[in-house]
Design a protein around this ligand. Structure first.
Ligand SMILES: *Cc1c(COP(=O)(O)O)cnc(C)c1O
Length: 470
């Protein structure tokens, strides 16, 4: 006696039959390799269902065709996709951190679609250096003597330590031995660079004498690290930049500051917490300063190192530099974004990260009103505009909440269906959940995104609502 599942397994179609079934139905130009993969994975999945006893009848040809085509559509669709960030987290690492200005996007287009003078000096006709395209701009903006850019700030810290510590001792406060997202830990990076970590002070308090007591002839560097996504509060104390610089000068030891987010704008003028700017740290006399390109700066992923010419020259000559080098896209976008900073008011308007961080709650509310007005009349009563708090994100200003506005959903669709359903839209919508409500925080949604966002919400909610109200 044959088991019913054996008949079902035997009834699974052969590849050739499937190809025949799809003839004239696959999108023009669909790669044969992917068509075959779509067929195999769909059949394989059905085989598993049969083996687990989950199938009682054979799949029809129409059903197979549908399954193959939907697999194929998934396989041929771009994987990296645009999304709506309605989470209210401005520098959202999982959603790509900073959105670039339109000028920067234009430059990316040119750099990608055409040849460029990336390493070609148009004055002399000789070979040029890619870093020359932005170095003087960075020096203008930060007041530093020299600059170099690498792949990201983690790489910046690595190459700086590798160059400057030379296997000798680096003194860091215990309160600054932080882990920044995923696997970037200061002690680990230090170990990789061959530097020997000398921890001083206590988790909450480190004094100048702690550093001073630790200085030996083996000391190569005094390092301060921005604690970014972490705050020690209460009875705390850290050594100031000025103290570190004067101690370094006294003992003829180099100084370095990893600023993390690193901003060129004093955000306290726009209602955000006071953070030292890159210019201020440079002015204090630190030898090397590192910061990210795509956090508070609002540019592409990059690690920017600025400081004294003598020191930066050494970093430029480090063979690691070749391995950590930035590409033409980074340079194209970075040059464009940096240029905006010559006029801070312009920068606040044109660089999306800065614009989103500094907009007033009223400006955000206007976008809520606009979105609401574009929703189907029947859906409008399911939403209300509420005061909420947005976040800076990217490990910057972790405790700070930005007064903002959002649309709260009060309708009958569950949070779970909203979250998963909206994530599956053509342009996925990422909101957040707050006080038992699904929330669309409009601080991180740009004006020009609103019509399409409204259209998707109408599409999703009118169909889902219909099902529920049945
Ligand atoms: C974010 C951060 C880094 C890592 O920067 P990436 O650009 O993400 O590599 C390093 N140090 C500090 C203090 C940071 O905040």
């Amino acid at each position: 006696m044959t088991h019913p599942s054996e008949n079902l397994l035997r009834a699974l179609p052969k590849i050739d039959e499937c190809l025949l079934l799809l003839e004239g139905h696959t999108p023009p130009g669909a790669p044969r390799q992917l068509i075959l993969k779509a067929i195999r994975t769909a059949i394989e999945q059905e085989r598993r269902v049969i083996l687990s006893g989950g199938s009682s009848s054979a799949v029809s040809s129409e059903e197979w065709q549908e399954r193959f085509l939907s697999r194929l559509a998934e396989m041929t669709a771009p994987r990296l996709r645009r999304v709506f960030n309605a989470s209210g987290v401005v520098i959202h690492t999982n959603l790509g951190r900073s959105v670039l200005s339109s000028a920067a996007c234009n430059m990316l287009h040119l750099a990608g679609g055409y040849y460029s003078n990336l390493e070609f000096d148009l004055h002399t006709g000789q070979r040029g250096s890619r870093y020359d395209l932005v170095e003087d701009i960075l020096c203008d903006l930060t007041g530093a003597e020299s600059a170099i850019i690498v792949n990201n700030n983690a790489a910046a810290v690595l190459i700086a330590l590798d160059t400057l510590a030379g296997g000798r001792e680096v003194i860091v406060s215990r309160g600054q031995l932080v882990e920044i997202g995923g696997s970037f830990r200061i002690p680990d990076i230090m170990a990789r660079s061959g530097a020997r970590l000398v921890e001083v002070g206590a988790t909450n308090r480190t004094h100048l004498f702690d550093y001073e007591d630790a200085v030996t002839p083996e000391t190569s560097l005094l390092l301060r690290v921005h604690t970014s996504n972490f705050r020690v509060i209460g009875f705390t104390s850290e050594v100031s930049v000025e103290e570190m610089v004067s101690l370094g000068a006294k003992h003829d030891v180099l100084t370095m500051e990893d600023l993390g987010s690193g901003s060129l704008v004093d955000f306290s003028r726009y209602g955000l917490p006071r953070e030292p700017t890159v210019q201020e740290i440079v002015k204090a006399g630190v030898d090397v300063v590192t910061f990210s390109g795509d956090k508070l700066l609002g540019g592409p992923q990059a690690g920017i190192i600025v400081g004294r010419r003598k020191i930066i020259d050494r970093i430029k000559k480090n063979p690691l530099n070749r391995a950590l080098r930035i590409d033409k896209f980074t340079l194209a976008a970075l040059e464009s974004v940096l240029r905006e900073y010559y006029d801070i008011e312009q920068a606040l308007q044109k660089i999306p990260t800065l614009r989103m961080l500094t907009q007033s709650p009223q400006q955000v509310e206007e976008r809520c009103v606009r979105l609401l007005s574009l929703l189907d009349t029947a859906l409008q009563r399911d939403f209300s505009i509420k005061s909420v708090f947005s976040r800076v994100g990217g490990g910057a200003m972790p405790e700070h909440s930005i007064d903002s506005r959002a649309l709260y959903y009060n309708g009958e669709v569950t949070i779970q269906s909203l979250e998963t359903g909206l994530r599956k839209m053509a342009v996925p919508i990422i909101g957040r959940v707050e006080n038992g409500h699904f929330v669309l925080d409009m601080r991180t949604v740009q004006e020009r995104e609103i019509p399409e966002l409204a259209q998707e919400l109408n599409q999703f909610l009118s169909s889902t609502d219909g099902e529920i109200r049945g």
